[in-house]
Design a protein around this ligand. Structure first.
Ligand SMILES: Nc1ncnc2c1ncn2[C@@H]1O[C@H](COP(=O)(O)OP(=O)(O)O)[C@@H](O)[C@H]1O
Ligand SMILES: Nc1ccn([C@@H]2O[C@H](COP(=O)(O)OP(=O)(O)O)[C@@H](O)[C@H]2O)c(=O)n1
Length: 218
């Protein structure tokens, strides 16, 4: 029996995580936040003071990445038993994540870890290459985006709400730089799958986006 997968890909701040978590909850499906795997790798690389250009060392860390996920209303992630949830959401973590994520061997090592999330009764998978590379046979695919200024504004508000000091113009340039790197890399670049539903959430609330995604499944 083929286990159903809904993939939600798109750029940073489009609402993928928020929508994926809520849709997974409504459907009673599992949830894969693939970005948190790349973010965790970035934290491990930073903790071990490894140079971001030292590919061999980064691949070794990826091979030994010991992660535990717990998804209730929010996602809690442990790396080697240590709760790293707070560091996970920082823009500085996202920036390093997008550098290590551009290494083809790193993506290869982490591929099976992501596929293993496909379990009954189904999976909602959020990332950049869920519909194109990791789950190309998914029955439902969404490409969720929004204008760069909306996405930066949302991220700014989200960080402020978490009590993290943030600067809107820094966030805007960091998001633009990360998008460019994610779109232009050779391996598994951020791109819409040809069979995905395109949703631009610039002028849509979260509930409207969720309704549109759920209508795809119904
Ligand atoms: N359609 C929307 N309208 C307004 N705010 C949104 C919308 N979708 C998501 N958000 C908010 O934007 C922030 C970033 O959303 P998130 O789900 O983390 O994005 P992504 O996973 O794509 O990076 C969150 O604070 C979330 O509540
Ligand atoms: N499937 C994925 C998910 C994330 N990533 C990388 O990991 C970084 C962080 O991903 P994320 O999904 O947590 O980022 P946000 O969209 O939450 O900002 C991205 O900028 C990508 O470079 C990836 O390459 N492939």
């Amino acid at each position: 029996m083929t286990i159903p997968v809904l993939t939600i890909d798109g750029p940073s701040g489009a609402g993928k995580g928020t929508v994926s978590r809520l849709v997974a909850k409504q459907l009673g499906w599992h949830y894969l936040d693939s970005g948190s795997i790349y973010r965790s790798l970035a934290i491990a690389v930073l903790q071990q003071s490894v140079d971001v250009n030292d590919v061999a060392e980064i691949v070794k860390i990826a091979q030994n990445l010991a992660l535990e996920f717990e998804c209730n209303d929010e996602l809690t992630v442990k790396l080697n038993g240590e709760d790293i949830t707070a560091q996970l959401g920082l823009e500085s973590t996202g920036a390093v994540a997008s550098v290590v994520a551009a290494v083809p061997q790193v993506r290869q090592v982490l591929l099976q870890k992501q596929k293993d999330f496909r379990q009954l009764p189904g999976l909602v998978a959020d990332g950049r290459d869920m519909g194109t590379v990791v789950f190309p046979d998914a029955i439902h695919k969404v490409f969720l985006t929004a204008s760069a200024s909306q996405r930066a504004g949302r991220r700014y508000k989200q960080l402020k709400e978490k009590g993290i000091d943030a600067n809107l113009s820094h966030i805007t340039s960091e998001i633009e730089e990360r998008d460019r790197r994610d779109r232009e890399r050779e391996t598994a670049p951020l791109a819409m799958a040809s069979d995905a539903l395109y949703i631009d959430s610039s002028d849509m609330g979260i509930t409207a986006v969720i309704e549109e995604v759920l209508s795809l499944i119904r």
